[in-house]
Ligand binder design. Structure first.
Ligand code: SAM
Length: 211
């Protein structure tokens, strides 16, 4: 999103509780990529509208988005998976600190390998995909079966820093990833089992409804 617009929307956001600010600070200091404030606010708004009872997240990092999703719907439960051991432990710590361990379950491992076990724990009303960007389509295909009819799949970073919409934007590392996400978006928009809308908020959020 345009930097001025991001700045404008960010300063409009309501003041956050201390624990939210602390987690955002922790992520920044440790260079852990978490959802940006405008993006998470939007995701929370969708959760408040839809009130999904069961949420599956791929990519827990330090537990920030899982905790914010519970903040948006305290009646929900979240199952989230993280493959980085240090982040997994940090997520457990942060979730316990907020006393949300009965609401949020964190699995340590690779979502591409653990699909069978996780799918068996479904169905889920909402899947939030926020992990390796080059694997979005595989995550979607593996986990789609665990999403209930009428449920949502939300994918973050689908406009990835502007590299998706503008194929001429050159960057040694990002351009290739941009192309891959573009392919994912094409596939997603054409998927007959879902109706998808891409919202240019944060880093780009795709909302897919299972028909
Ligand atoms: N959702 C988090 C938030 O907003 O607070 C941020 C998640 S961060 C952008 C992506 C995380 O996904 C990283 O911590 C990374 O280790 C994890 N990840 C990437 N690929 C994964 C995979 N195949 N299985 C499990 N975790 C994965």
């Amino acid at each position: 999103m345009d930097e001025n617009l991001t700045g404008y929307l960010t300063q409009l956001l309501p003041e956050q509780e201390n624990w939210v600010l602390e987690l955002e600070k922790q992520a920044k200091e440790d260079h852990v990529p978490i959802m940006d404030p405008v993006g998470i606010h939007f995701l929370m708004q969708v959760i408040k509208l839809r009130k999904p009872a069961s949420i599956l997240e791929i990519g827990a990092a330090i537990g920030y988005s899982a905790l914010r999703m519970i903040q948006a719907n305290p009646a929900a439960t979240v199952l989230t998976i993280e493959r980085d051991e240090q982040r997994y432990k940090q997520a457990l710590y942060n979730i316990e600190k907020q006393q949300k361990q009965d609401k949020i379950d964190v699995i340590f491992g690779d979502a591409l390998e653990k699909a069978e076990d996780i799918v068996a724990k479904g169905p889920f009303d909402l899947l939030f995909i926020d992990a390796a960007k080059g694997q979005y389509q595989r995550f979607f295909e593996l986990y789609s079966q665990a999403i209930s009819k009428g449920g949502l799949i939300i994918t973050d970073n689908v406009l990835f820093k502007g590299y998706v919409a503008d194929p001429d934007k050159v960057h040694p590392r990002y351009a290739k990833l941009g192309k891959k996400i573009r392919k994912y978006n094409d596939w997603l928009m054409q998927n007959p089992d879902y109706t998808t809308s891409i919202v240019p908020i944060g880093d780009g959020v795709a909302i897919s409804i299972k028909e």
